[in-house]
Design a protein around this ligand. Structure first.
Ligand code: RIB
Length: 309
């Protein structure tokens, strides 16, 4: 039977321009192609959780506009439960402008729209969602007080709390919430925002992960792009090298990673197994273009894992 997970977060329509290189400030670069795809860190993670086999409930907001219709359709096609997705008549849906270079690296600017109005009330209205929920997965593309309220509710109902602190928070994450987080999944820049420690190599990665653990987290899984990921718990630290794949677009690889980790932890897997599974999911996401189109299925992740010596 599927485990139940709740994702609280953002949904965006992604406008993606591909170019040989990312533009420097003030520079215009001629691109090679343009694509539109459903995205948003919360929505990507919800779609991935569902494709990876979890009964997935999404709490968030889209506008009552065409992009909102398309985003809703994408959730439904992926099997995500949208009973608590609000259609906001007063603002447009979130939009992300994304540049991808020929190595698959990206730059993203998000215009939050309806995501900026995901409120405590939206979580309160969704209170039945916590029944039998095994895990909550949240990010920072919606207002921080809403994130904190969702964390409190999940924790009160005995669900695991997984926080993907993306993008780096502008406000300070309140000290009293640290103890409620079971697992953090930052990348190098996000952990620097939380700890002040710059990650330049494995040694500084371990230092930053331990600093985050010291704030009260139970585990930190730091994603390191082509260098894989680093798991730190109060008992041990372990580096997981990346799977070797042909990367075309790294957009949403972190979302696939966070979702896969959440699903396996919700299923009761040991954290090291969950990180290995998440590494595979993140790698697969890099091999396809677009955010939600690149979220992997359970079969794809299991096949990649089986293909390894
Ligand atoms: O993590 C990738 C996502 O970041 C994109 O889909 C974009 O919408 C932004 O939210």
């Amino acid at each position: 039977m599927s485990v139940k997970v709740v994702v609280v977060g953002s949904a965006n329509m992604d406008m993606v321009a591909f170019a040989p290189k990312l533009p420097a400030p003030g520079e215009t670069v001629l691109g090679t192609k343009f694509e539109m795809a459903c995205g948003g860190k919360g929505a990507n993670q919800a779609v991935a959780c569902s494709r990876l086999g979890a009964e997935t409930w999404f709490i968030g907001r889209v506008g009552k506009d065409t992009f909102g219709d398309i985003l809703l359709q994408s959730f439904q096609e992926a099997g995500v439960k949208t009973d608590f997705l609000q259609r906001d008549p007063e603002v447009s849906s979130g939009v992300a402008l994304i540049f991808v270079d020929e190595t698959g690296q990206n730059e993203i600017v998000v215009a939050p729209g309806a995501n900026g109005r995901v409120s405590r009330k939206d979580i309160e209205v969704a209170s039945p969602v916590w029944e039998n929920a095994k895990a909550l997965l949240v990010q920072f593309e919606i207002p921080l007080p809403t994130v904190g309220y969702a964390i409190g509710e999940a924790s009160r109902h005995g669900a695991l709390v997984i926080v993907n602190p993306a993008p780096s928070p502008k406000e300070t994450f309140p000290e009293e919430w640290f103890g409620l987080v079971d697992v953090w999944t930052p990348n190098e820049r996000e952990i620097e925002g939380l700890t002040g420690i710059q990650v330049t190599d494995l040694e500084s990665a371990e230092k930053a992960a331990k600093a985050l653990l010291d704030k009260g987290a139970k585990a930190v899984v730091l994603t390191l792009g082509a260098n894989g990921s680093l798991l730190a718990t109060p008992d041990f630290v372990r580096h997981f090298p990346a799977f070797k794949v042909q990367a075309v677009d790294a957009t949403a690889a972190g979302d696939a990673f966070a979702a896969a980790l959440t699903v396996r932890l919700a299923e009761g897997a040991p954290i090291e197994d969950a990180v290995l599974f998440a590494n595979a999911a993140g790698a697969i996401a890099c091999t396809k273009v677009g955010a939600q189109p690149s979220m992997p299925t359970r079969n794809e992740v299991e096949s990649l894992l089986k293909s390894q010596p």
